[in-house]
Design a protein around this ligand. Structure first.
Ligand SMILES: NC(=O)c1ccc[n+]([C@@H]2O[C@H](COP(=O)([O-])OP(=O)(O)OC[C@H]3O[C@@H](n4cnc5c(N)ncnc54)[C@H](O)[C@@H]3O)[C@@H](O)[C@H]2O)c1
Length: 372
């Protein structure tokens, strides 16, 4: 199969849809990879590195988009909708529930659109996980920095020093991002409390962290109690497909120590903290409310594009290879996890939450693929 990798055009997006190692794997399997010139630059990958593994460099987005399958990172922008067509397989993050115009463009063009974020194995979202791992780890690092006095923080070193208390990091949600944030906080020497709502998950967390993290049931009383003496709150809660609940109320934030730091990683699902009323950016990431520093950047992995690009390709490449080798129809029908990633095909919406979000009819993906 001929596979195109266009340069990302979203503002400040420095990731790219494939690494040289990923391209090499596809080429070894008998496919051709066409990368748009300079597409890897933001991630520190040169055109020469792609050429060295046998990929082709093409000089325009149009050329990269003209291939049978396009592998990307972010959802296409309006200036890219013109590249959609019936025989195109699009494999990327789509987040269609927030993108009515993109959804309509995919339907009208009969594009086969597979979204990374809805590929699902059991309860896991394997193509979302790498970015949650990046965001969780960064969350702790950002918090540690924001705690410094000259940045408006309490003036606390998370590790403490001999004879002086360690900082207290409170994490809400113990999924991919929460576990990653906790690991980093333990590594920095902080005292860590993690609140989780799922009974099964709490037991798993107790097992993996042993006594290095205090695991508590997530409920309003426990959240309020631990936040009274938290230096850092990192919220990572997620109910798949739903808007995040505002489980941290304004009253709870008012009782947090002055100069403490809130990182709301769940901001990309609407946010989980009542006092977070805006999405912030890497250029201007924090604001202070009730004396507490608030950080609500929705694309935290964007600050570390090189790590994020490699982590993303590690996760996506086996699926991409299967689509290319088996053909999209066979690959989807053979793998129920990948089939869940199919959002739009043959002009029909094949993912229920997206159909419901915009009032489209929902079509079962299996039926859509098997009917002629
Ligand atoms: N801001 C960013 O740049 C960025 C980057 C990557 C991921 N994210 C977001 O981070 C969030 C977490 O992602 P993830 O992959 O870790 O999800 P996940 O599904 O692995 O984990 C979420 C956890 O939250 C728990 N939970 C749900 N409701 C809760 C509650 N009320 N109290 C305590 N725990 C609760 C769930 O049981 C689950 O264990 C998602 O919204 C994701 O989109 C944000």
């Amino acid at each position: 199969m001929n596979i195109g990798v266009p340069k990302e055009i979203k503002n400040n997006e420095n990731r790219v849809g494939i690494t040289p190692a990923g391209a090499s794997l596809l080429i070894q399997a008998g496919h051709e990879v066409y990368v748009e010139a300079h597409a890897g630059e933001g991630s520190g990958i040169t055109d020469e590195e792609f050429l060295a593994v046998g990929a082709h460099i093409v000089n325009s987005a149009k050329e990269a988009w003209s291939k049978e399958m396009v592998i990307k990172v972010k959802e296409p922008l309006p200036e890219e909708y013109g590249f959609f067509r019936e025989d195109l397989i699009l494999f990327t993050y789509l987040h269609l529930a927030a993108e009515p115009a993109l959804t309509e463009a995919l339907i009208q063009s009969n594009t086969t659109a597979i979204a990374y974020e809805t590929v699902q194995v059991g309860k896991e979202l394997p193509l979302l996980r790498p970015m949650s791992e990046v965001a969780g780890r960064r969350g702790t690092i950002v918090a540690a920095t924001q705690l410094e006095k000259h940045r408006g923080g309490r003036g606390i070193l998370l590790s403490g020093v001999p004879g002086v208390d360690r900082g207290h990091v409170v994490i809400l949600g113990g999924g991919s991002a929460g576990v990653s944030a906790a690991r980093m906080a333990i590594g920095l020497g902080a005292r860590v409390t993690l609140l989780e709502i799922s009974e099964d998950r709490m037991r798993y967390l107790e097992d993996i962290f042993d006594k290095s993290v205090t695991i508590l049931k997530s409920n309003p009383l426990n959240i309020e109690r631990v936040l009274r003496n938290a230096d850092v709150l990192i919220s990572t809660i997620l109910i798949p497909g739903a808007k995040a609940d505002k489980i941290v109320t304004e009253a709870m934030v008012q009782q947090m120590p002055k100069g403490s730091v809130i990182i709301d990683i769940s901001i990309d699902q609407g946010g989980s903290v009542e006092t977070i009323d805006r999405v912030t950016t890497h250029d201007d990431p924090v604001y202070t409310k009730f004396g507490v520093v608030h950080y609500s950047v929705a694309n935290m992995p964007g600050a570390v594009p090189r790590t994020s690009t490699f982590a993303l390709t590690n996760a996506t490449i086996t699926y991409a290879e299967r689509i290319a080798t088996k053909g999209v129809k066979r690959a989807l029908l053979d793998d129920p996890s990948l089939l869940l990633g199919l959002n739009v095909a043959k002009g029909k919406v094949t993912y229920k939450a997206i159909a419901d979000a915009f009032g489209y009819a929902y079509y079962d993906p299996y039926t859509v693929l098997t009917q002629e």
